[in-house]
Design a protein. Structure first.
Lengths: 263, 385
């Protein structure tokens, strides 16, 4: 994270173009508000890099909590009907194709943070019969909960298990597990019978904010999760990917996943 | 023509009432599922399709197999099948109806089903499946009705019906091919990612459908004055034998590729199905029942003496139905989801509401089948008398 010189100039320039003047740009980028002012709505191909070397159990737990709260994701207390947008999984389950009995202890012992990969070539969008799940121009794989017919073809099509179905009405989830549900009144709750998934927090990006998990994680440890535009050669994600060796989940399937892991 | 449907004996009415009771129970349980959500079924985040979609897949095969009596008659001028083509077409109608119902009860948000038409997405195989199935239903309704009406009046059916019949032949192959493509094009589901999925589907269909038809023919002969014919049933038995051998052959090809290559993803579903995995083996007894039924069916169908004898042929047909139903109406769909994308086993088994809804739809299919066959057989009895 953080704003480098190039990005600063870009923002300043854009602000000037918009007739805001240099002063406004400086105001926008006043300390503390730097992150909020990033022109996040302008990415061409959003991607995430997760630094697993520095990731901790606490951060992953926090990511899930924040995501559940921000998106009104109910806790059903059962893996059968569970809904999850971001979650933890052991290495061998996160990367079943990377079978390695003698992998480094720290990798084997660690849980990985999983979410929708926002594939560049998403099979879920291909199989959806109504276009209820589709790819935005900036690469985000979106869900329209008002168009979805609940056929669950996308769940069969997703090779990453990133999609959840509302087997019941989320508003009727057990109260004792979901105090204060819905937790975020600015975000819709879903109806029963539709599929949902991570949207890279499109609603936050539209306001120039980072995805909730990225923001929460970086508050606990700076740059443990990096979010940015792959189309921009000098973006934070591209710089990180140049510097570190990263792996992705099941790239051999040709889906071109956009979540990278530094191991 | 429809008046024949309401003229029946106590056995006919008793059977229809019996089916109507099961249909009503299924419908009431569906209302419960509609109100509460699909969580009342055994399906889960990991096994997101279950009994409904498996029945749908199986029945598309039964529907397509009508072509096995239509094709020899119209393309090869095999006159003997003229007596029973209508039965094949009517069986297809009942089967497609069941397919559509199984899709509908599986949808999470049924009222939005029209979105498939309002927002058509030709990239989705489901879009094409909707088209081929509905057109196939329409074709069989038009053909069946008009051919039967012509037979009743003792005239030849119109030329345009003949055109529809010729269209319906490749169309029957298309419905099961497209249904196979629902599965065969998904990355990461190794069990389904096989180029012989469509051939396998067709082979399975062309033995299961005629086996069911043959059993129904035997029943029709027993309860009515219409005899589908010795020669007809013998030819049907031959078709079943060839298709069933092919079906098992294709299945064994899958087993070879998986286990000789030793690629885990290709082996895992088969291992789960036949031996269990991580201590879970819900389907193991079923798969061995499949194996036994397959062997019994193969032996009885291949040996000419048992294929030609009516009682052993009946056993063979039942074995074929058991084998193909476990294979396609159960294992194919469930096995594709186990292990899940994380290489974990999360088991599936249908719940009581799920089974009651499925039985309700099967009863609906048999209700329609009975009524249509009653109409066809009554007219054939009148014409023959």
């Amino acid at each position: 994270m953080g704003v480098d010189r190039r990005q600063f100039l870009k923002i300043a320039g854009l602000s000037a173009l918009a007739g805001l003047g240099a002063k406004s740009a400086f105001e926008l980028l006043a300390p503390g508000e730097v992150e909020a002012a990033l022109p996040l709505m302008e990415g061409k191909r959003w991607a995430m890099v997760i630094d697993m070397r520095r990731m901790t159990v606490e951060i992953m737990k926090k990511c899930r909590e924040v995501c559940d709260d921000v998106h009104n994701i109910p806790d059903w207390g059962s893996p059968k009907v569970e809904i999850k947008w971001i979650w933890e999984e052991e290495f061998k389950h996160a990367f079943p194709d990377q079978e390695n009995e003698y992998a480094a202890d720290e990798v084997k012992a660690k849980d990985f943070l999983l979410l929708c990969n926002h594939c560049s070539n998403p099979p879920c969008c291909r199989v959806c019969p109504t276009g209820a799940t589709w790819q935005r121009e900036d690469g985000i794989v979106m869900m329209d909960w008002h168009r979805c017919i609940g056929c669950r073809f996308c769940m069969a099509g997703c090779p990453y298990g990133s999609r959840s179905f509302n087997w019941f009405d989320p508003r009727k989830a057990p109260k004792e597990l979901n105090p204060g549900f819905p937790t975020n009144l600015e975000f819709p709750t879903r109806s029963k019978g539709v599929v949902e998934k991570c949207t890279f927090c499109d609603e936050r990006l539209a306001k120039g904010e980072f995805p909730a998990c990225v923001e929460a994680a970086n508050k606990m440890k700076k740059d443990v999760m990096i979010f940015g535009d792959l189309a921009d050669r000098e973006s934070n994600v591209r710089q990180t990917l140049r510097r570190h060796f990263t792996i992705r989940r099941k790239p051999e399937l040709g889906t071109s996943p956009n979540v990278y892991y530094i191991v | 023509m429809l008046d024949r449907v309401i003229k029946g004996g106590p056995k006919y009415w008793g059977w229809l009432i019996f089916l109507a009771v099961i249909m009503t129970i299924g419908f009431i349980v569906y209302l419960y599922q509609f109100r509460v959500g699909l969580g009342v079924t055994g399906m889960s985040r990991d096994v997101s399709w279950g009994l409904y979609i498996a029945q749908f897949t199986y029945l598309v095969g039964i529907a397509a197999s009508g072509v096995m009596v239509v094709l020899p008659f119209y393309l090869h001028d095999y006159k003997a099948f003229g007596r029973i083509t209508i039965l094949g077409e009517f069986m297809a109608i009942a089967a497609v109806l069941m397919c559509l119902l199984f899709i509908m009860v599986d949808l999470g948000y049924l009222p939005r089903i029209v979105n498939v038409i309002f927002y058509p997405h030709p990239k989705s195989i489901l879009f094409w499946d909707m088209i081929v199935l509905n057109v196939y239903l329409l074709l069989n309704l038009l053909i069946g009705w008009n051919v039967l009406a012509a037979e009743r009046k003792g005239i030849h059916y119109q030329t345009w019906v003949k055109v529809l019949i010729y269209i319906s032949i490749p169309w029957a192959f298309s419905i099961h091919t497209v249904t196979a493509f629902l599965y065969a094009g998904l990355p990461g589901r190794h069990f389904w990612l096989t180029a012989i999925m469509a051939p396998r589907f067709l082979a399975g269909a062309f033995c299961a459908g005629p086996a069911l038809l043959l059993i129904i023919c035997l029943i029709v002969r027993k309860v009515t004055r219409f005899d589908p014919g010795e020669k007809q049933m013998r030819t049907l038995a031959g078709i079943i034998a060839y298709a069933f051998v092919l079906n098992i052959f294709f299945f064994l090809m899958e087993v070879f590729t998986a286990f000789y290559s030793q690629i885990p993803g290709h082996m895992h579903s088969l291992v789960y199905l036949f031996a269990g995995m991580d201590g879970y083996g819900r389907l193991v007894p079923w798969m061995w029942a499949f194996a036994v039924a397959s062997v019994v069916g193969l032996v009885l169908l291949i040996v000419p003496a048992t294929r030609r004898k009516e009682d052993t042929l009946l056993v063979a047909c039942i074995a074929v139905l058991i084998s193909t139903w476990i294979d396609k109406g159960l294992a194919l769909v469930i096995g594709g989801f186990i292990p899940d994308p994380f290489d974990k086993v999360f088991q599936y088994w249908p719940t009581t509401p799920e089974i009651l809804i499925a039985l309700g739809i099967w009863a609906t299919g048999f209700f329609v089948l009975t009524v249509l066959f009653k109409m066809a057989v009554s007219i054939k009895e009148e014409v023959g008398a």
